[in-house]
Design a protein around this ligand. Structure first.
Ligand code: GLC
Length: 395
């Protein structure tokens, strides 16, 4: 199995936006959107104090939620790095009162927990003096930064770039940038977010996965080589911590996002923005905990599956190792048959079913006419829209 397939098998990851902007609590674009001059923004570094246990807690929350990897902002558009830039500049976590290399702490905790660490790295930079004045010089700085990430933290899952859309006509020296990663981390996924306007576009042949930022996943163009797809999504309306943003998505709708991603062989990357001390909000932890409970019962439906070649009525089908899985479409996807008052509704698929069982409790499901099965009897204390049926088919 190659590294792209290994990535696809991971299925579900946590995205983390954490940096100086977390102190303001209005999202990661605060500096730009609120027009905060550099003289006012940069001193935030003096307030950056992060709990010793932040990484351990974060990784535990991700693991309990069923995430197999975490993609963290090592540097975002404000130019502040959570890692030790080893003299490239002083605008990093080791030069803040926190005084530590937070990426090292993060990677150590990931490795202990068996979670694959991924690094988000900005391309757009509001801090570096050359970004707008001497672009080749900026690229040298960027590549040296990426080289640090590829050489100081052991094996990583990949690098996730973002911000090229800010200067689409500049010479980003992509060949040089990506070959730096290939040289030091030959098995790292290289991802470059194409942004909201170009969902799923392959920006450069070297890229290992396309992105669907907050968008609907789709099958990926694999005509020239095997490539993965990944859809990132926010739990509320911001990537970075926003203290007044209470517009949280429901656990059910996030689970449906995850399932929809899997239907198109895409991964789902769910974002949280820690508070300035590195802790997650209670509601973030709660949301993730509940997703994790569901995945615990339905994990075979999430990690090692492919899109199915069978159609189903009112259902989403996936293909597992030696079986198929079916889940009734939840209401936000439309037209679910709800069994009211204990009535049982049935679902039809275009194949002959030999036997069917519930994935969550292993009970047998009634099969009718060879291709129809009962969906979700009421009263088990399980939401019928989110129950997965495991189907063995006639050969
Ligand atoms: C957008 C935003 C950025 C965020 C990213 C996550 O590109 O500019 O702030 O990190 O989306 O996908």
């Amino acid at each position: 199995m190659d590294y792209v397939e290994r990535f696809e098998k991971l299925g579900f990851g946590m995205f983390v936006h954490f940096g100086l902007y977390s102190i303001i609590g209005k999202g990661e674009w605060a500096q730009h959107i609120l027009n905060i001059p550099k003289e006012k923004y940069c001193p935030l570094i003096n307030k950056f104090k992060v709990k010793k246990t932040w990484a351990k807690n974060l990784v535990k929350t991700a693991k309990d939620a069923g995430c197999k990897y975490i993609t963290i902002t090592t540097r975002h558009h404000d130019g502040f790095s959570l890692y030790d830039t080893k003299g490239l500049n002083d605008y990093d976590a080791p030069h803040s009162p926190c005084g530590r290399d937070l990426i090292k702490e993060f990677v150590d905790e990931c490795n202990k927990a068996g979670i694959v660490p991924f690094f988000y790295h900005t391309l757009l930079d509001w801090h570096h003096e050359s970004y707008d004045t001497d672009f080749p010089k900026y690229i040298d700085y960027l590549i040296k930064s990426v080289e640090l990430l590829c050489t100081n933290y052991g094996k990583i899952g990949g690098i996730w770039f973002d911000g090229m859309w800010n200067k689409p006509n500049e010479d980003w020296q992509e060949d040089r940038l990506y070959s730096t990663i290939r040289k030091h981390q030959p098995e790292a996924m290289i991802i470059n977010n194409t942004g909201l306007d170009e969902l799923g576009k392959v920006g450069h042949p070297e890229l290992d996965s396309v992105t669907f930022e907050r968008g609907k996943p789709a099958f990926v163009d694999n005509s020239d080589r095997h490539r993965a797809g990944e859809m990132c999504q926010v739990v509320n309306d911001h990537w970075g911590y926003a203290k007044l943003d209470i517009n949280y998505k429901s656990v059910g709708s996030l689970i449906m996002d995850l399932i929809n991603c899997r239907k198109y062989n895409c991964n789902f990357l769910l974002n949280v923005g820690p508070m300035p001390n590195g802790d997650l909000r209670t509601i973030d932890r709660g949301t993730l905990t509940e997703i994790g409970k569901w995945i615990k019962f339905n994990k075979n439906f999430i990690y090692d599956v492919k899109s199915s070649d069978i159609d189903g009525e009112n259902t989403i089908m996936l293909k597992g190792k030696d079986c198929y899985y079916a889940i009734a479409k939840a209401p936000m996807v439309g037209d679910v048959n709800v069994a009211i008052g204990g009535k049982i509704s049935s679902v039809k698929i275009n194949a002959k079913i030999k036997s069917a069982t519930w994935l969550d409790d292993g009970r047998k499901i009634n099969v009718k006419n060879g291709c129809e099965f009962d969906f979700a009897p009421f009263g088990y204390g399980i939401s019928m829209s989110y129950r997965v049926a495991k189907l063995k088919l006639e050969k």
